[in-house]
Design a protein around this ligand. Structure first.
Ligand SMILES: Nc1ncnc2c1ncn2[C@@H]1O[C@H](COP(=O)(O)OP(=O)(O)OP(=O)(O)O)[C@@H](O)[C@H]1O
Length: 307
């Protein structure tokens, strides 16, 4: 049996059909684990059930079969141990930046006095670079700043796991890039266990230790778990130079363009076991690609990212 910190075990979700039609099983037999301190991304086409899975993990929805075990206990509802950052910031419009973060902190630490709450909130407001904007209301903030408040609010309750549903998809490319950089440094500093849905392959390669690939619905499954073979400490500016970048990128793209849809044929392969989806490490053991900044250099060896 898996000993992962978070275990998704045989999860199934069926939605009843409206007005007596045929019920739809969005996904079934979904199994994977998330280790403590790990950053896991979930990739799959629209409608395969990513948000539904995240909602079940958050305790905001119920599964129709299977379960999720966190720290050895099956989850049965929402908990402050699992904070969610949504695609749209979901801030309370009548409260300031400080007020929004403090609202969450007070729900976690009802016994703390105002000074302690403020000091704690300030630490996370500073962490997301909103120092000086504490007294602004959401209507006075840009989209990126609002999303930063959402991140500060989620981190300030010091959750066991941070759940993110395409948190940067509504932002322009520049803002998205700078928030991705901030998330990289925050997660590196705090070792925050994180689970994120994204449609952005480069975002997944930058952030994730492990990328879970889901086939198209209905009855979506986990096709594969892709281990990120780029070294930790990678940045948006340099990751494309690493010899494993294009093998990783091409593998994920090939999945989205072809395999996500045709996976039902792979399902019948006797070697496929939904309890133990195949684990791949793109680039490892393959001839190395030439890094693009060193046209004259000899090709580097494809290194095994020794785990
Ligand atoms: N409350 C509901 N009742 C009935 N069907 C639902 C409900 N919520 C979601 N669905 C259906 O479940 C399927 C999966 O929805 P979900 O939002 O989880 O997909 P997704 O992979 O997150 O999609 P996207 O990438 O577009 O956000 C969809 O077909 C959707 O219509």
């Amino acid at each position: 049996m898996s000993t992962s910190h978070i275990r998704i075990e045989g999860l199934r979700k069926t939605f009843p059909a409206p007005r007596g039609g045929v019920a739809v099983t969005v996904f079934d037999q979904v199994w994977f684990g998330i280790e403590k301190g790990e950053f896991v991304c979930l990739i799959g086409h629209s409608g395969c059930g990513k948000t539904t899975l995240l909602n079940i993990l958050a305790g905001l929805d119920e599964s129709s079969g299977g379960g999720i075990v966190v720290n050895g206990k099956e989850i049965t509802g929402p908990s402050l141990d699992r904070a969610v950052i949504f695609q749209h910031h979901a801030l309370l419009p009548w409260l300031t930046v400080m007020g929004n973060v403090a609202f969450a902190v007070r729900s976690r630490h009802s016994g703390w006095d105002n000074a302690k709450v403020r000091a704690h909130c300030q630490k996370y407001i500073d962490l997301v670079h909103l120092t000086g904007s504490e007294m602004k209301k959401p209507s006075q903030l840009s989209g990126g700043m609002k999303q930063r408040v959402g991140i500060a609010r989620a981190l300030a309750i010091e959750p066991d796991i941070l759940l993110m549903d395409e948190p940067f998809s509504a932002l322009d490319a520049l803002t998205r890039g700078s928030l991705q950089d901030e998330l990289v440094s925050i997660c590196a500093a705090t070792q925050q266990t994180s689970f994120m849905i994204t449609h952005d392959i480069d975002e997944a390669i930058l952030l994730a230790d492990k990328i879970v690939l889901m086939s198209n619905g209905p009855e979506a499954r986990v096709c594969e778990i892709v281990e990120n073979t780029l070294p930790k400490g990678r940045t948006r500016k340099d990751m494309h130079r690493h010899p494993h970048y294009y093998p990783m990128r091409n593998h994920l793209l090939e999945f989205l363009v072809n395999r996500a849809n045709s996976f039902k044929t792979e399902l019948s392969d006797p070697g496929y076991d939904p309890m133990h989806p195949p684990v791949t490490r793109p680039g490892v053991g393959q001839p190395a690609a030439r890094p693009i900044d060193a046209p004259g250099d000899p090709l580097p060896e494809a290194k095994t990212a020794g785990r």
